[in-house]
Write a protein that binds this ligand. Structure first.
Ligand code: SF4
Ligand code: SF4
Ligand code: SF4
Ligand code: FES
Length: 898
């Protein structure tokens, strides 16, 4: 694709002058004339144009007169040149555009009354604007609708061959799943090869289609656009925090749209570095869990062996009496709480306040403990900042990216689109280091396949290679000579050859990677589940920080070490203090000044400094009987943690288990009381995304049944326990947070954070670093079991929540199959669907296999969203000694034909 100078800061383009409708305009030479005209504020019709990709020039609407040319020219594909004299208005142009509309309409079915785009169709708008009244010659195409895709239908009778769908898929998303094909005398859009659509199902093609040629299977023929209410909110699936519109009719979410649309076709292409406004499959098609028939509509109270629907008042009386009794008899530390990072900031804040000020215990944790806290602690310890330092724009404009331990297109698809733009537009060198052949690896300049679980060793090798190649930034290391000496001593024993042998990343590749990283002007490291959700996650993040420090990429503009978050508000959970080690604002729970401040603000005595249990400790406490009551909001430890954690035994011992959730989860089934909570679509609040943007969540529909927002239930509980909370809305909670954390609500803007490494390097670093690179057995030590079994996320799901969304389950049901590399299947003489016995040190089970080319040899994979069969129970758990993060997504197994 041709690069437009305007979009690439590295492309030099001379500034030129031209005349548009008699006014002198300056522009960059070579950019689309249409862009230059639009930049003056003039909007001329353009049906095949969208600012997010290069012009295609098929619709014939963007016509202008250029002095010296007899016929009108298509301004989108014409390039601006010095001295051009352009006219954009006039009857001649109006008539020429009108003719173009008539041409499109002459082969259009005119089935507007039954078309989903009726009232939201550019062709209708153009016909109206140009006064097209004679439709007598319209010819039908009679092309059968293509309904083979699980989410999109293609009605090529309505297609105007603008190619916007093809271009967004190919250029912006780099997926390239669509093409034109001449069929039945017409140029039709078909999935590649004219097979059933096989793609990421993001629906961006549907979003940019200016007519009703691509339709959403789930909302087809339901309502007209003007019958629906549109609420702007933030996606509840991953930490990318995409902005979306929930389009609703009464209590039903009908469809999800986003800022990417043919209606939003005018923009500054350079702005897409901050995001292109689209969604991924989860955001667009994963909404049906909201009004699912399985939603809990009433509180449930255990009566004998059964959970029985019970009025709110009776249930709450029971819950409060039981909590109070347990606190009275056994003290506040007999109570603990867990919360999901799918709750809003306001709810997470309230949760920790309820636990600390209401129950008077510091036994509390959130799902950020499953990995994000490894990153937060490492980054806070070394740099004083507890989140990723770079925003999407930095990622997009990076010149070098090391993406390590991340299947980014599956976990954070829109962050992945930023890396794609870095590759495509900004010509970034991208090194993808992973133990699977990821989607991103296929696009990267340097894909590196490593042995599973050896990410930490790879980082050792990269640090060592930087030292050996003398890719050291003198300014950075000179300031801290002792720290630098300590680092050199710590990696003295590391041999690149040994690293290469253990990780399968060659010495040459280690050296290339670090050279690319050190020599680029803007270099970014992005680490994810393969680092933060694996053993030694905390130390491995610190090693990445070492690498960035010695190469001078820690605190330079556009550089830094980053992570991604899988749930929408993991960052918010940490920022709001939903962890025993942190008060709101990520200050230590033991910091006396902060303790005094919060104690005063909440008018309470806080639990003792040094007290508090995290997730793993809470579950242990439940098992030993020290914790007798557990309040679980949106979490489902029974379905998430492996059997070796003995969660069932822990929950079984509880005298009171209260689960607050939109669904009757596995954990909820064991509860004494189940409180029906709302989803994000039924409440107000904010999420903090992985860039640190605080984004609005807005109520789109009334609560389903008798469910209530989590903040509402917590407020009622706190008041019944004797607190005097007066929150009547999420805004009231927000106002309190604003006072305690000034500046946190910088709505919509990423809050800039500046890493400060000097303190760390000058105090404590030498002792720290000495143990960081200790020679340890790689975590894929084979134990006689030749395969690595990995569990992880797939694109079409997020946690267990998405399994309640019919759209996503239709696209990706649980096959119950183990994914394997075809070569391994051949070696084991098994074929698609053959049952195998999968055995780890902890047990054995039978399941069928499925071939998957993205799985590396000697590796197998099972999606973590499903427990049928319970593959997770083959996993052992390791708990990080510094951060308390439990890791349990990887083990060694044997696979035999059953
Ligand atoms: S749904 Fe997304 S990936 Fe699939 S064809 Fe459309 S734009 Fe491409
Ligand atoms: S399907 Fe829609 S977006 Fe694609 S070429 Fe046809 S009209 Fe354009
Ligand atoms: S799941 Fe993540 S990437 Fe997908 S739409 Fe939601 S926030 Fe965006
Ligand atoms: S917008 Fe220029 S030809 Fe379609």
């Amino acid at each position: 694709m041709g690069l437009k100078p305007a979009t690439n800061p590295d492309v030099e383009a001379v500034t030129i002058e031209l005349s548009i409708d008699g006014k002198s305009v300056t522009a960059k030479s070579g950019v689309s004339l249409y862009d230059v005209i639009s930049s003056t504020g003039k909007i001329i019709p353009a049906m095949c144009y969208h600012y997010t990709f290069d012009p295609f020039g098929s619709c014939g609407m963007c016509l202008v007169m250029q002095e010296g040319k007899k016929a009108p020219v298509r301004s989108c594909t014409a390039k601006a040149a010095a001295g051009m004299i352009i006219k954009t208005e006039g009857d001649d142009l109006f008539q020429a555009r009108k003719k173009a509309v008539e041409k499109h309409l002459s082969v259009h079915p005119l089935d507007c009354p039954v078309c989903d785009a009726d009232g939201h169709c550019e062709l209708q708008d153009m016909a109206f604007q140009h006064g097209v009244t004679n439709l007598a010659n319209a010819k039908q195409k009679f092309i059968p609708e293509d309904t083979r895709s699980p989410v999109l239908d293609f009605n090529m009778n309505r297609c105007i061959a603008c190619a916007e769908c093809i271009n967004v898929c190919k250029d912006v998303l780099m997926i390239d799943a669509l093409q034109f094909m001449k069929k039945g005398g017409f140029n039709q859009v078909v999935p590649k090869g004219d097979l059933a659509l096989s793609c990421e199902f993001c629906g961006d093609c549907l979003a940019v289609c200016p007519v009703g040629a691509i339709t959403n299977k789930f909302s087809k023929y339901l309502y007209k656009p003007w019958q629906m209410k549109k609420t702007t909110t933030t996606c509840n699936y991953c930490g990318d925090g995409c902005q979306m519109y929930l389009e609703t009719k009464d209590a039903e979410v009908v469809r999800v749209t986003s800022p990417l649309s043919w209606k939003n076709k005018w923009g500054d292409r350079a702005e897409t570095a901050k995001g292109h406004g689209g969604l991924c499959v989860r955001g667009r098609f994963g909404f049906e869990y909201i009004d699912s028939a399985t939603r809990l509509k009433q509180p449930l109270l255990r009566k004998g062996n059964q959970l029985v629907e019970t009025p709110w008042l009776e249930t709450m009386h029971h819950v409060v009496d039981r909590f109070s009794e347990i606190r009275r008899k056994h003290g506040p530390d007999a109570i603990a709480g867990l919360i999901t990072a799918r709750c809003t900031n306001e709810e997470l804040y309230l949760f920790q306040k309820l636990m600390r000020a209401g129950f008077q215990t510091n036994h509390l944790d959130s799902s950020a403990r499953y990995g994000h806290l490894n990153f937060v602690h490492a980054s806070q310890h070394a740099l004083g900042i507890g989140r990723s330092p770079n925003d999407w724009e930095d990622l997009t404009k990076a010149k070098a990216v090391i993406l390590i331990g991340s299947n980014l297109t599956e976990t954070n698809p829109l962050t992945a689109v930023r890396i794609k733009e870095a590759i495509r537009v900004y010509k970034a060198q991208v090194v993808v280091i992973d133990s699977a052949v990821t989607n991103m690896a296929k696009l990267a300049s340097h894909p590196v396949l490593i042995a599973p679980g050896t990410e930490g060793l790879v980082i050792d090798g990269l640090v060592k290679a930087a030292l050996e190649l003398d890719l050291i930034d003198e300014t950075s290391v000179k300031k801290h000579p002792h720290a630098f000496e300590a680092l050199k001593a710590a990696v003295a024993h590391v041999s690149l050859e040994q690293v290469a042998a253990q990780t399968r990343m060659s010495v040459e590749s280690l050296k290339d990677t670090v050279t690319i990283f050190a020599e680029a002007s803007r270099s970014i490291i992005l680490c994810a589940e393969g680092i933060v959700r694996r053993p030694d996650g905390y130390q491995n993040v610190l090693k990445l920080i070492d690498l960035a420090w010695i190469t001078g990429k820690l605190d330079q503009p556009g550089c830094g070490v980053n992570t991604v978050t899988e749930e929408p508000n993991e960052q918010g959970a940490v920022d709001m203090g939903a962890a025993p080690e942190f008060l709101p604002g990520q200050v230590s729970f033991n910091d006396q000044t902060a303790r005094d401040r919060f104690a005063k603000a909440w008018d309470v005595t806080l639990p003792a400094a040094g007290s508090g249990a995290n997730l793993v400790e809470i579950l242990k406490g439940c098992k030993t009987g020290q914790i007798r009551a557990l309040y679980v909001i949106g979490e489902n430890p029974l379905a998430t943690l492996p059997a070796s954690m003995e969660v069932r035994a822990a929950l079984d011992r509880l005298e009171l288990l209260v689960v607050q959730d939109p669904f009757l989860t596995e954990t909820a089934r064991m509860a004494h009381a189940v409180l029906p909570a709302c989803t994000f679509a039924e409440k107000d609040g904010t999420f903090t995304n992985l860039e640190g943007r605080v984004l609005r969540v807005r109520e789109a529909i009334d609560p389903i049944g008798e469910s209530l927002p989590d903040w509402h239930i917590m407020t009622a509980l706190a008041n019944a326990l004797g607190c005097q909370w007066e929150y009547e809305s999420s805004n009231d909670i927000q106002a309190e947070i604003m006072k305690l954390l000034p500046g946190y609500y910088n709505l919509g803007q990423p809050r800039k954070v500046v890493p400060a490494v000097d303190h760390y390097l000058s105090s404590g670093y030498a002792a720290d670093v000495a143990v960081r690179y200790r020679a340890s057995a790689p975590s894929d030590a084979k134990n006689g079991r030749p395969f690595a079994l990995l569990m992880g996320q797939v694109l079409y799901h997020s946690g267990k929540l998405s399994t309640e969304a019919i759209g996503l389950i239709t696209i990706a049901p649980n096959t119950g199959r183990l994914r394997m590399n075809p070569q391994d299947m051949e070696r084991l003489a098994v074929s698609e669907g053959t049952t195998v016995r999968l055995t780890s040190d902890l047990g054995s089970m039978q399941l069928a296999v499925q071939s998957d080319h993205s799985i590396a040899p000697q590796t197998c994979f099972f999606p973590e969203h499903f427990n049928e069969p319970p593959v997770k129970d083959l996993m052992s758990v390791q708990v990080d000694p510094t951060t308390g993060v439990p890791t349990f997504k990887q083990t060694r197994v044997t696979i035999e034909k059953a």
